[in-house]
Design a protein around this ligand. Structure first.
Ligand code: SAM
Length: 279
């Protein structure tokens, strides 16, 4: 018991474990995730349909997607943005490692006669000779990656951009970091059976890493048969810190925004968005 409790409560080094595949590709969790993506009343997995409508409209206008520009969406999920981009006339690629979400995205594209190139891949390993006018990565997925993964991803973006092309992504703010407290809680079948179809106990430990401005929600899930741990990291930023990170990979941030629908930047909000180009 003491050994198990120590394991549950152990504070890992920042980004010591990468378990995104456990979170997104486990068949049971992927089903639950798809439910969240498509649930208009919650901003979880995807933002609400209203926000996505507003955001896609702004992205289409701002980056000329209605004029046939090419866009690749990293972590496209069930295609809520890619569908809208393609319907506006863009040449669209979506990458995701959730088979369940991509099956939904492909079905919807076929139903609506939309031509979208969906790629089932881990975006950390994606490579292509193709070049794009726009790269999107929406819903703060960038912040779940370690410094090394982020560096390599930005170098990848650099290689995938056409001259004059843009990156659009969103991240968490320091205000959001400061609003979070450490906690250790547990529950039986918590989050409405999200973690397993079998009965389980789920322990949630939230850790703050003050120097690095990193948050971790660490989930330890026990069923009668197995134990699994999921590490949900979030790197939080101010504008200077992320501008430095982009500069180091040959990208220059040209605009800070409140979110990916083009609102005004607000340091006190939970998130902000940015547009970057090749230096
Ligand atoms: C928070 S969701 C956002 C989905 C979509 N961008 C949206 O806003 O509707 C993150 C998505 O990224 C995908 N994802 C996370 N890590 C990934 C990786 N390493 N490779 C490919 N897809 C990944 C997940 O499967 C999920 O669909």
């Amino acid at each position: 018991m003491f050994h198990e409790l120590s394991h549950i409560n152990r504070r890992p080094e920042p980004f010591e474990f990468y378990t995104a595949d456990r979170l997104w590709t486990d068949p049971h969790i992927a089903q639950k995730m798809l439910g969240l993506h498509l649930d208009d009343s919650v901003d979880a997995a995807s933002r609400s349909g209203k926000f996505i409508d507003r955001s896609a409209k702004w992205i289409i206008g701002n980056f000329g997607l209605d004029g046939g520009a090419s866009v690749v969406d990293f972590g496209c999920g069930p295609g809520l943005y890619t569908m809208r981009f393609a319907a506006a006339g863009a040449e669209v690629t979506g990458i995701d490692f959730s088979r369940n979400s991509l099956d939904y995205a492909v079905k919807k594209a076929n139903e609506n006669s939309l031509k979208i190139d969906y790629i089932h891949d881990n975006y950390l390993y994606y490579s292509s000779d193709r070049k794009f006018d726009l790269i999107t990565m929406i819903m703060c997925d960038f912040t779940a990656l370690s410094p090394l993964q982020r560096k390599n991803l930005l170098l990848k973006f650099h290689g995938l951009l056409k001259p004059g092309g843009s990156v659009l992504l969103d991240v968490y703010t320091l205000a959001w970091f400061n609003s979070k407290k450490e906690q250790a809680v547990y529950g039986f079948n918590s989050m409405n059976g999200f973690w397993s179809r079998d009965d389980y106990y789920c322990f949630l430990n939230t850790f703050r890493y003050e120097n690095e401005k990193v948050l971790l929600d660490k989930y330890t899930v026990y069923t009668a048969k197995e134990k699994k741990q999921i590490f949900n990291w979030a790197q939080c930023y101010d504008r200077e810190e992320i501008a430095d990170e982009f500069e180091r990979s040959g990208l220059r941030i040209v605009e800070f925004l409140g979110d990916v629908s083009g609102t005004e930047y607000d340091a006190d909000a939970d998130e902000f968005a940015l547009v970057a180009r090749k230096k």
